[in-house]
Each structure stands twice: as structure tokens, then as C-alpha cells.
Design a protein around this ligand. Sequence first.
Ligand SMILES: [Zn+2]
Length: 700
Amino acid sequence: MQSRYNEADAKAAIAKYPGVSAEIALRVYTSRLIGADDTLVMHGGGNTSVKGVHKGLLGENIEAIYVKGSGWNLDTIEPPGFPGMDLTYLRKLRALPKLSDEQMVNEQRSHMFDSNGPNPSVETLLHAFLPHKVVDHSHADAILALTNRPDGEALVREIFGARVGIVPYVMPGFALAKLCAEVYERDPKVEGLVLLKHGLFTFGETAKESYERHTTLVHRAEEWLAAKSRNSRSEPAAVSPDSGALAARIAPLLRGLLAEATGNADAPHRRMVLDWRATPAIMDFVNRPDLRTLALTGPLTPDHVIRTKAMPCVMQQPAADDAVLREQLVEEITAFRKAYNDYFDEQTEAKGVTRTRLDDFPRVVLVPGAGMFCFGPSKKDARIAADIYEHTIAVKALVAATGKYEGLPMGDLFDVEYWPLEQAKLGKSKEKSLARQVALVTGAAGAIGSAVAERLIEEGAHVVLTDINAEALTRTCDDIGKKLGKDNRRGVVGDITDEKFVRELFDEISRQYGGVDIVVPNAGIAHSASFDTLDVTAWERVQRVNSSGYFLVMRESIKHMRRQGTGGHIVVVGSKNVAAPGAEFAAYSASKAAAHQMAKVAALETAKDGIRVNVLAPDAVFGNEHNPSGLWQEVGPGRAKAHGVEANSLEDFYRQRNLLKARVTGRHVGNAVVFFASNQTPTTGATLPIDGGIGAAFSR
Ligand SMILES: [Zn+2]
């Protein structure tokens, strides 16, 4: 690791934030240098501070400390991410024999200069009790690779000599802050403090000095590890091309087993979303003969327990036979859940505390031959767990190559996982109606498909969008990504009339998100011609897309949902034309009638699996200027002719013919998908018109 401090960038940072002092600007600059390096901190980990002077309203100078606030990540932090507090007051707290976390948070919050600022880090007092102007704290991989060993303390002493103070593990909070100050005061010449099984603090009189002490110490640790592991380094295992196929087989089974039965018929499952990875380093790790011994050790730093749980679930070699594979997974997940509950019971009893039990599902599942399966309530959570666990793998493998790994004992991990301040937040935020779910929308680049995908994502679902038009699909995914974030949508280009593609599509969904819960067959085409002019090629083309395409997608959905075992929804985009067909539209109307009929048969067959199949019958959706309907651009002129109106007044013609004089939009169709997919009513095999009211289409 090299210092990336650069005088020109430092000056630019000062110029960038004219509203704040140079000290704060430089604090932002070096915090971002630390945050940008994922071998130092990840996803909100680590914290930094600077001390200065706050000008009070009456002109008085107040000694101040500015510490990273919660909710900010070091790599993107801005000046408001450093709430300022009364340093003189905070330092007085050191005289107390003890201070609970709740009291500590209250003292910090009530001594802030800006009542709207974020909560300062729980390590604020540690920063405050050290005398230096600038303090940096990371969970550097290289430092954890030295300290997460039985002989960690001796090793740190051997490598760093008197340059650092060594602090035994104590949970972050008031006690750790006092202990760090004491260790520092024993030898004020030290450049930093190594917190065993936790991380590194460095300090200095300038942002540069503190940051460069940090990089220098980490670099020294990296050098030692590299030299020591040189002889034991083996060639990385070749990644088997089968890992992807195996992952697609395992993921839906696993995701089904990680869905919690709620007992609520209207929301029967609390599911998880997957992030699967199989890099060479991960495959090396999961294929190790000593995988179980090495993986079933504590995390690198206590914070990680929130994201990854204390232990991963380690699978045996997956069987080739599907029924045996399922049994293996059931056995491992059941064992994991039992072990987790035992841990909870043992720890609460030993500590004599009452806590709200968290779910007992693993966040990390390691499978020989298939890689790492990380789970969370959303793709983002799963991705964070996966990022953390990739570093865990790297560090554990490195430690195994140079000694013996030792993590924190379960008692310490429990204290962090069941921290009362985190417990207090439980159940306070309500999840969106389709949170934790995965949807597939076909024809997703079109006017209806893109609007349906957006509505599903707005309700918390993750959506795989598929379309045959690569360019339009990329544009749609980009637009949705800008509006609603990138984690919740994936595009897969392909032709849903191709049986092989449809199978691969479901495999890809399994690898991307773990499985699928909501499927919206929507990709369709139309053709306008009178019977006597309708040629068989056009007829067959329409049947192939609208009928066979729907059939293939529905068949794979049913197989996939059954494999997952947690029910699901198929919401077929049909047409108002089935109930009230128009002239010169035989191919389209017949194909949509087939889709309606298939949905009803599917509803009969799949209700026992908890799968609901319903149909939407929208009247013409023309899209908007930004995304006009491709279908209507093609058949619009023919339909206008059939209705005896001008092509440019066709949309208005459709609007005028319905009772509500409504313009039907893709968003309306999306709302209806959300209605069914969120189990608002116990309904299957039904058809919902979305047409503004058309008497000829009334059901009878
Ligand atoms: Zn920390």
C-alpha cells in the first residue's frame, strides 16, 4: 500500500469546499482516500475525525471535534458527514467509571453544534480522548491478517516494534475509548494503535501525517505477509465452467429454504435475495480440504457480524442427483439454524440478558464446486455481505498460509450482533409490498413492459428485464437504473420463442438473484389484416411469439417456482381483444385468447403449489413520446384503417370509445401487476380489464 496523498489534490479539495475550513476540507480529502481503498474499509466501516474550533453565536471560540457521522461512507463523505461537537465537554466524560451506550449516544447528540446533523460514530469518544488533531480508523485487511491469530499480539510487536500501542479486544464504546487513551498515554511516541481483532487507529497533527502513518503501517504489514506467504503460495485453482450451471441448480433450492414462513396467508414468505460469486480466489477457498475448519471461525472484525452473521453455512460436496442435493441442502440449513438458535440461547443465558432474536438464516453459504452464495433482504444487502466475505476469504486464506486463524469468541460476536442500540431499531421501518421478491418481465423494453418493471421496482421488487431488442433494453435498463438504482434490475437480451434461451434465462435469474417469484409474460407482436389477406407466415409468426412464447415462459416459471417451493405469481398480459375482438385482427386476437386460456389451465394446475395465475386485459397502450409502443407503431396504420379513422387520431379513438374516456397507460398495467403480485385479494384464474370500461368486453 502506498500513500495516495497528493498536494495538488489536497489544494483542490480546499478549493472545492469554500464554505468550510481547510481543516475540514482536508479531513474530507484523506477520509475519501481511505474510503476508496477496499482493503482498508468497506460499506460504512471505519471512521475519521478532526479537531478544531467552533465559533459560537456570541463570538466565543469552542474547542470542537468533527467525527464521521453514521449513514456516511468514507469514500463519498462530504463536510456535512462530519457533525461537530463540544470537545471540552466530551473529554470530561472520561472521568466517569462507566457510561452505557444509550447515555453515550445521548451525550454525543446533545453536544452537537447542529441539531440536524447525523449521529456521530460510536467511536467518537475514542477520537475525542486522543490528543491529536487528526485521527484515522480503518479495518485494514493486512492488520486483521496479523491480529486474528492466537499469537497476534506478539506478531504485531515483532513487526511494528514500539511504533504502535496494542489494545486487546474490547467492544466499541466508552470502555474501549478509555482503554485506548490509557494505552496511548503509556507511550505517547506511538504513531498508532493496533486494536486486536478489530483494526488500526493512527493519528497526527495534519491529515497528511495521520493518513501516511496509516498507509505506512499497513504497508509494513502487507510486506510481512507477502514475504511469509511467498513459499506457500499455490497456483489458483482453475474455475470450473460447471460452477455456473451448478449455481443455477442450487440457488432456487437454497433460496426456497431461506424463505421464512410467516403464517400470514396474504404474505406467506419472507424471502432473501442472492449475490452469487465464483472468482478464482473464492473457488480456491470453497474447494479447500480444510474449508469447514477455516470457514467456521469468527469474522475478521466484529462489525461484519451484522452483515454476514458470525458463521457461514458450509455445504458438503453437492450431489449430482437432484433429490439428494435437496436433502443435503435441507440438512445443512437445518443444522445451521439449530446452531444459531443454540448460540442465541446460550449467550442470552450466560449473559443474563433479554434480546429480540434475529432470524436464524445464514447470510453466506459456501458450496464446494459452486462458489459463494450471499443473501440479504435485498440485492444491495446481499452484495455488501458478498463484498465483506470476499475480503474474509482473502484474509483467512492468507492467515492459513502464514499461521493459524483465530477470530473473536462467540460471546463478543453476540454483543455486537445484539447491540441494544441496533435492537431498538428493529421492526421500526416497514418494508415495501414487494420487498425481497424477484420478478421477470418479458418484452421489457416496450411501453408496457418497461412501465411494469418500474412499478415492480418501486414496490421493492428486483426485476429481470428481457427483450429481443438489445439496444432498447440497454436504454430501458439505464433509464430505470438512473431513476431507481442499479441493484434492482438486470437486463437479459434474448428471444422468448427459443426454448433453449428461455431455460437459460431462468438459470441466469437464479444466478443473479437466486430465483423468481413474479413472472409477467408480456412480449408480444401484432398483425393487422383481414381474413382473406392474412397469410399463414404472418399468422404463425404472431402465434409463435404471443402463444408459444408465453407458453415457454409460463412452463419454465412453473417448474422454477415449484423447485423453489415458495409459491409465486404469474400475471399474464392479455388483451381486451379476447372479450371484444376487432375486425382485421384475427392473428393477434386468437394468440391472446390462447394466452388467456393457458393462464386459466395453469391456475388450475398450480394453486396447490401456492402459485396464482391471473390475466390482465388492457386496451391499446400507445406508450409515450419517450417510449412509444413498438407494437402500435407497426400495426397502428392497419388498425386505424380497420376502424375507419386517421392514423394520427387512433389513440384518441380508443380513448373516446371507453366509458371513462380514459387513456390506458403502461403504468396502469404495472399497477394491476402490483395488485395481484402483492396478494391484495385471494384471486387466481381471473381476468382484470384495464380498458376504461368497454361494454362489449363486460364479463357475462
Ligand atoms: Zn472499528
